[in-house]
Write a protein that binds this ligand. Structure first.
Ligand code: OGA
Ligand code: MN
Length: 313
């Protein structure tokens, strides 16, 4: 645990929550803008731990947007109707904006179900998201099963791959398409033509190279949109996906966050996959609110000139 004195005289702690992912930040009120020194400490901790949980926050949507904007511009969501008052704030819940507990077949709830598949946010964008920030407003009681958020570390997962699998994955790209969520969840309403045109399918390398981490590699894929892998038949691509999904769920790469009310959890979409852990939708209410920090580059693959030069190729 590290105890950090802020210039204002107050102090907060940053403590790892597992060996592989995450730290909790206690004693820092993020409804106030962070001074440059504190922001630098938080950025470093984020780079090191990939997921930070700020405990005991009291935030309105405006505060959530203000906090998030300190890390970069925010994404605006591809579809209307998921936001509260702010177009940058996503309502992640099985409860309507007016507070009604929704039936399992409601599209808002189906989105939550789709979040149960390992994924990384906004991979359907040419420049996928850098980080997501999720605020716990209504969370499950301690005795309930599920309802947490699972994370898997793709740097560790790549490093532990057998050499043959690393070689197999090296040239591959996956298709990512927002509209294709409907192939997995057909009851999600169609997008308008305008929305579809704004988000055409993209491809990203399955191995991601991180220039900000000395060109280290990670796995980069999703299981909640398209399952096509370039150069493979749909069946081959699906079989590879199944293998990857099973692989990234191994406990040595994973940390599961159990929500407490007023947790603010921020994770790095470049190096983690995440998923909502299944719970009884009918029995429990769950309300979270999310912002997403936009990425500033597309995904670098192993064959980019910069990545090849770094690898000495
Ligand atoms: C999301 C998401 C996970 C959860 O909002 O992008 O995947 O546990 N949420 O609700
Ligand atoms: Mn997500």
């Amino acid at each position: 645990m590290s105890l950090i004195e802020q210039s204002s005289g107050s102090s907060f702690t940053i403590s790892p929550v597992s060996d592989v992912i995450g730290a909790e930040v206690v004693g820092l009120d993020v409804s106030q803008s962070l001074d440059p020194e504190t922001l630098a400490i938080i950025r470093d901790a984020f780079q090191q731990h990939h997921m930070l949980c700020f405990r005991e926050q009291t935030l309105e949507d405006d505060d959530l947007v203000a906090f998030s904007s300190q890390f970069g511009p925010l994404e605006v969501y591809p579809e209307k109707g998921h936001t509260k008052d702010k177009i940058e704030v996503y309502h992640v819940a099985n409860v309507s904006l007016s507070g009604d507990h929704l039936p399992a077949e409601d599209p808002t709830v189906i989105y939550q179900r789709n979040n149960g598949r390992w994924h990384t946010d906004s991979s359907y964008r040419y420049e996928p998201s850098l980080a997501s920030i999720l605020y716990g407003i209504e969370v499950l009681p301690d005795e309930a099963e599920g309802g947490g958020t699972g994370f898997s570390n793709m740097l560790a997962a790549y490093a532990a791959l057998p050499d043959g699998m690393k070689a197999k994955l090296e040239p591959l790209h996956q298709v990512h398409s927002y509209a294709d969520i409907r192939r997995l969840e057909p009851s999600i309403p169609p997008m308008s033509e305008e929305e579809r045109d704004a988000f055409p399918p993209v491809t990203h390398p399955v191995l991601r190279v991180h220039p900000d981490r000395d060109y280290q590699r990670s796995l980069y894929f999703t299981s909640n949109t398209s399952l096509e892998i370039g150069g493979m038949t749909l069946e081959e691509g699906k079989a590879l996906h199944r293998w990857l999904v099973d692989y990234v769920g191994h406990p040595e790469f994973c940390y599961s966050h159990r929500w407490r009310k007023n947790d603010l959890v921020m994770w790095d979409n470049r190096v983690l996959l995440h998923r909502a852990i299944k719970y009884d939708f009918a029995r429990y209410r769950r309300v979270l609110r999310r912002t997403t920090i936009a990425g500033d580059a597309t995904v670098m693959g192993p064959f980019w000139p910069e990545a090849r030069a770094a690898a000495g190729a």
